[in-house]
Design a protein around this ligand. Structure first.
Ligand code: UT7
Length: 312
């Protein structure tokens, strides 16, 4: 069995931070409602030239630089996104060009909504098993602000823009556990470019119920499969959609809340970018050290879900 080790992370967010009070100027809402229901105080929105492509390139450059590896050593590049600049080419191909990655490696975008980063890691693990190089560059990036209906207060206050990237190494015979799944459904929906009303629409309560069922199920599966307990895990990083979802799961699992990292207060819900943004922030805050074990758990539109055990 091959396992994944994260060897470096990088991230990029737009320059413009948008507070709950800023949103209260354009839609009927207030900081108290948003923060108490979601744990979100502010999020970043792209401006001017900022986009998925620029965020992904900046995040990926930083991760590669911090890994100390030459661009030529990357054996696979996957970008998880549902809001890429173009239907084609993929964000990943423009990152490949900007960073000078090899031409004889798989480079692709992957859309599994907010579970995309988990799907990308597990896909890369499979691809690397057959590759010459053990290293992959995995990116999660979103520009959700361009998919928001700024007159719909039930969705426009939740989401934000950003990008994160990691360089991972595939290690033969390392501990591994992963699970990917989907339930099927339209509970979160966004039409493609060219359609009228191409905005994120969501049945928030249904998604909340799904998330608090999927996360503990995923964590229990990963622990059982890897023959570990939560005591053996240094951090659990869930998709950062809502602090109440994470708190609910912590209570259900009778877990230490300090192990469940949260940063949605200043990023909002950035879909596929939320887990790599958190990983980068944890590195920058000195929380991650070689030898640690992390559980990463995603859930979102589809309804997709998934989790993976990784080491540092
Ligand atoms: O990455 C994708 C994953 N998505 C999620 O994880 C979302 C999961 N769901 C949630 O986080 C929650 O369902 C929400 C935060 C989206 C909504 O919280 P809720 O407790 O389910 O609120 P609600 O939709 O039932 O709305 C309650 C009330 C309504 O008013 P009435 O009908 O009770 O008078 C809404 O109109 O709150 C009102 N409301 C707002 N009020 C102020 C809805 N949005 C707002 C708002 N500001 N922004």
């Amino acid at each position: 069995m091959n396992g994944l080790q994260i060897i470096a992370a990088g991230a990029a967010h737009p320059g413009r931070s948008v507070s709950n009070d800023d949103l209260a100027k354009v839609v009927e809402t207030d900081d108290e409602w948003i923060y108490s229901r979601t744990g979100i105080h502010s999020r970043f929105f792209c401006e001017g030239e900022e986009s998925c492509v620029s965020l992904a390139i900046n995040a990926a450059k930083l991760a590669l630089e911090r890994s100390g590896l030459p661009a030529g050593s990357i054996g696979c590049c996957i970008c998880a996104t549902m809001s890429g600049d173009y239907a084609t080419p993929g964000v990943s191909c423009l990152v490949q060009q900007a960073l000078g990655l090899r031409e004889d490696i798989p480079v692709m975008d992957l859309n599994a909504a907010c579970s995309g980063f988990i799907y990308a890691l597990e896909t890369a693990r499979g691809l690397l098993a057959e590759a010459e190089s053990p290293y992959a560059l995995i990116i999660g990036v979103e520009q959700l602000s361009r998919l928001l209906d700024m007159t719909d207060r039930s969705t426009c206050v939740l989401f934000g823009d950003g990008g994160g990237a990691v360089v991972v190494r595939c290690i033969p015979s390392a501990a591994h556990a992963a699970i990917l799944g989907a339930r099927g459904g339209m509970q979160i929906c966004c039409r493609g470019a060219g359609y009228e009303h191409s905005y994120i629409e969501m049945d928030g309560k249904a998604v909340f119920r799904f998330a608090v069922e999927a996360i503990p199920k995923c964590i229990s599966y990963l622990l059982t499969h890897a023959e570990l307990t939560l005591e053996d895990i240094d951090y659990v990083i869930c998709h950062q959609a809502n602090a109440r979802i994470i708190d609910h799961c912590v209570r259900k699992l009778k877990a230490d809340p300090g192990k469940f990292y949260q940063d949605m207060d200043h990023f909002g819900n950035t879909s596929a970018a939320s887990i790599p943004l958190a990983l980068n922030e944890m590195y920058e805050n000195g929380l991650l050290h070689p030898g640690q074990k992390l559980l990463l758990v995603g859930f979102g539109s589809g309804l997709t879900w998934g989790g993976i055990l990784v080491s540092i």
